[in-house]
Design a protein around this ligand. Structure first.
Ligand SMILES: Nc1nc2c(ncn2[C@@H]2O[C@H](COP(=O)(O)OP(=O)(O)O)[C@@H](O)[C@H]2O)c(=O)[nH]1
Ligand SMILES: [Mg+2]
Length: 240
């Protein structure tokens, strides 16, 4: 079953609009491909000078800075989603943060439903030795707290592998792997998120493999949206 079948029900002509944030190589393109069940590169659309939406001929996987947060990324063979992508935060600059905040604020209040931002996937790669930098702006991304921000921990497989190697180097018992993984994850990744309660999060592995699915990400996004709409409804509140 393709991940697309888990999409939340929205009016026929409304697409699910997601802002994806992360530094280069965080695994963002791989996630979008898994969500859309495709191997293709996304097409990039941009508003021209007269406000007309035009396709831009560039390869979005190539260089950062080649397209900006306003550009819409769409997969030709799966048009249920519109993605926006921001890499600006990797420089750690406040100006870049303000650009993202302004975008989120404007898009979260867009008058027309079709222009509105539904969710933010904030990607934190787990092959990084300094996750603190990636987590730094998590709580600042959506100043009005009116769009769900999902913490998407990527490359979990690599993280587990690295910890396995560390145990081996330290000549420790390999059966400690699961406990050590949880301990490092809590100390270095979860502890960097705001809360309690902690924001919705998901750990993704082997997203570069076409056969892999990421229903966990879809489910947690749908749950977060649902909770936002009916915070008091039974089954909608998250236990933490
Ligand atoms: N081990 C591992 N590698 C991944 C995963 N997702 C992506 N990659 C690899 O990470 C690199 C960057 O991936 P890409 O999706 O292009 O990242 P982007 O620059 O954020 O768009 C590529 O070499 C991918 O094969 C994952 O879940 N696990
Ligand atoms: Mg990419």
């Amino acid at each position: 079953m393709g991940a697309q079948q888990s999409l939340p029900r929205v009016p026929h002509d409304i697409k699910f609009r997601v802002l994806v944030i992360g530094r280069a190589n965080a695994g963002m393109t791989s996630i979008l491909q898994r969500v859309c069940d495709t191997m293709e590169s996304p097409e990039v659309y941009r508003r021209g000078r007269r406000g007309k939406r035009e396709r831009v001929r560039l390869d979005p996987s190539m260089e950062r800075g080649m397209h900006d947060i306003e550009d819409e990324l769409v997969f030709a063979d799966h048009n249920g989603y519109i993605f926006h992508d921001s890499r600006g935060l990797e420089s750690g600059s406040e100006v870049e943060l303000e650009i993202v905040q302004e975008f989120v604020r404007r898009r979260s209040r867009a008058r027309q439903l079709k222009d509105r931002l539904h969710a933010i996937w904030y990607c934190i790669p787990m092959d990084n030795v300094r996750p603190g930098l990636d987590l730094k702006y998590f709580d600042d991304i959506c100043p009005d707290k009116n769009v769900p921000v999902i913490a998407v921990f990527t490359k979990y497989d690599q993280f587990r592998r690295n910890i396995g190697i560390k145990l081996e180097d330290q000549q420790r018992d390999p059966s400690l792997l699961d406990a050590e993984v949880e301990s490092v994850f809590n100390e270095h990744y979860m502890a960097g998120l705001p809360g309690p309660p902690s924001p919705p999060f998901v750990r993704l592995e082997r997203m570069h493999k076409p056969e892999q699915q990421c229903n966990g990400l879809i489910n947690i996004t749908v749950n977060a949206l649902w909770r936002r709409r009916c915070p008091n409804a039974v089954g909608c509140t998250k236990r933490s």
